[in-house]
Design a protein around this ligand. Structure first.
Ligand SMILES: [Zn+2]
Length: 234
């Protein structure tokens, strides 16, 4: 290929990418930047648990849950967009999303979780997928487990679909059962839309923690959650 043909090919490729992006985002409507936005029509809200000064659970090497939650959530979002679904990430960076000027950590965490709930309430025609990692004192336990809200019966079906997809695709030995959330899972307990929390695995299990930190495994996890959501929506 001579220099002119190469430049022309590059230009055509660039044009195709720009055109593709315009079509894609044109169809999506818009990509909201913050969590207190009302989306028109059905949407899927992805909630990466914790953030900022609230790291969540810790792996033995100090890797915080918040980081893995955001990484998996960021992989899941474009997959859902590519399937034509409108999405919103309730947290887009490493910080709590409530009023961070409040004086105590507890107040800031309460403000954060209330703002996440408010984002869900602002979008009643939605599904909520909360992404977390588990932790237990005994390091032998592993495997994903999906919790569901008791407020809408569809939440249970959504949890079943995601649990089944993760087990089938990634964790064939996992015998964990889906479980209804109690009041200890604030978002699921209070939100009215179909809602689940995916505990992708145990950071307290060294072998599973290594997997959960691995980008390829995170992508597989995000894809498995996607498959579960798609099965549910069918
Ligand atoms: Zn968590």
């Amino acid at each position: 290929m001579n220099r002119f043909t190469a430049a022309l090919a590059g230009l055509i490729l660039f044009g195709a990418v720009v055109f593709g992006c315009l079509c894609f985002f044109g169809r999506q409507g818009f990509r909201p930047a913050m969590s207190d936005v009302h989306l028109d029509g059905f949407s899927i809200l992805i909630d990466p648990g914790h953030g900022g000064e609230d790291g969540g659970a810790l792996a033995a090497d100090g890797t915080p849950e918040k980081t893995i939650n955001l990484q998996i959530a960021r992989m899941l979002e474009p997959m859902l967009n590519a399937c034509g679904y409108q999405t919103m990430l309730l947290r887009e960076s490493d910080s709590l999303i409530g009023d961070n000027s409040l004086p105590t950590v507890r107040q800031r965490k309460v403000s954060d979780i209330r703002r996440r709930l408010a984002a869900v309430e602002l979008n009643p025609d939605s599904l909520l997928i909360s992404i977390h990692q588990n932790h237990f004192t005994d390091p032998k336990y592993d495997g994903a487990q999906v919790f569901y809200s008791g407020n809408d019966p569809r939440s249970r079906l959504l949890a079943e679909c995601i649990q089944e997809a993760v087990v089938t695709r990634l964790q064939p030995g996992n015998t964990r059962e889906i479980k209804q959330s109690g009041s200890n899972i604030y978002l699921l307990y209070h939100c009215k839309t179909p809602a689940v929390m995916v505990e992708c695995g145990f950071l307290s299990n060294p072998a599973e923690a290594e997997k959960l930190k691995d980008e390829a495994y995170q992508r597989e996890m995000a894809f498995s959650v996607l498959c579960g959501i798609l099965n549910y929506l069918e």
